[in-house]
Design a protein around this ligand. Structure first.
Ligand code: SAM
Length: 274
């Protein structure tokens, strides 16, 4: 039986027409969108999800879009007991509290792709690191890595990242840093081979920091940005020109990561700096 079959007996046809049956599962938490028209039936909907998905023990209803500096989404726990869970990704355990820190299961392929690009002994900086999924996946997949610094401004996310480093036994590889990418990166200037910038609405405004973080001999920046298909947006190109100083750079790739809104996508823009 699927969720719709179970709910056929509880909801009217009109109510069923509003039902959405696709949702993300983070660890043992289903995160669902319930349209206003049927929010009064949220408990029945949650029960149906628990019945069909035996690996799900908690259900959260989205109560708003992601917003604010921490990119948090409002969620209401409508079944189960907790918003804290352990998600498995690429053989890594990622502890996450979906109410207190950003985490998206949809970016796992992208994280793996970046991990595959990292070279032995590199020093990597992940800005906007969240609970640490990029740093953890790179650390696990590339045991020959040098160091990974992972800087994040949300203290709850950093606490979870510290747990994730321990759980995945990466204490000698991954170093979480609680701080602001604009104010707290100076100690790492000139030390990195690679900078990862997964904050797609505003990361380009921090490109000056990324250029400073790279070693004198150069390196790679992975900038995430929401834009249209085609050439890299002038918004990004202008910032790159403004912030690169005397350094030479080239865009080596612009790659679609995920759809964002009709006509726009989250892209990863790879920049080689010399
Ligand atoms: C889109 S989330 C990505 C999190 C993580 N990299 C992931 O893939 O799950 C962006 C993160 O950047 C953090 N952030 C926002 N502004 C920041 C800043 N100025 N300095 C450091 N972190 C920041 C937010 O708290 C949030 O956790």
């Amino acid at each position: 039986m699927n969720i719709r079959d179970i709910l056929k007996e509880k909801l009217t046809e009109e109510e069923l027409s509003h039902l959405r049956t696709s949702f993300d599962i983070v660890g043992d938490i289903a995160i669902i969108e319930i349209p206003e028209e049927i929010q009064s039936r949220k408990k029945e909907i949650a029960k149906a999800i628990l019945k069909v998905h035996k690996n799900v023990h908690n259900v959260c209803m989205k109560t708003g879009a992601r917003e604010g500096e921490f990119r948090l989404r409002g969620v209401e726990l409508i079944a189960g007991e907790t918003t804290l869970t352990t998600h498995m990704e690429s053989g890594c355990k990622i502890l996450v509290d979906v109410a207190k820190a950003y985490f998206s299961v949809r970016e796992s392929t992208e994280r793996l792709r970046i991990a595959e690009m990292v070279k032995p002994k590199e020093t990597v900086m992940v800005l906007f690191a969240g609970v640490g999924p990029y740093a953890i996946v790179i650390g696990k997949k590339r045991p020959d890595i040098g160091k990974i610094y992972a800087l994040e401004i949300n203290p709850d996310a950093v606490r979870l990242m510290e747990d994730n480093v321990r759980i995945n036994r990466l204490q000698t590889k991954v170093f979480p840093v609680l701080g602001d990418a604009r104010k707290d990166c100076k100690p790492y200037y000139g030390k990195c081979n690679r900078v990862i910038m997964p904050l797609p609405h505003t990361a380009h405004k921090f490109l000056d920091v990324a250029f400073h973080l790279l070693k004198k001999k150069g390196g790679t920046i992975h900038l995430y940005h929401i834009e249209d298909e085609g050439d890299v947006s002038t918004e990004v190109m202008d910032k790159m020109k403004e912030f690169s100083g005397k350094r030479k750079y080239e865009i080596s790739e612009k790659r679609k990561v995920l759809p964002y809104s009709p006509g726009s996508y989250k892209f990863c823009i790879d920049v080689r700096v010399f």
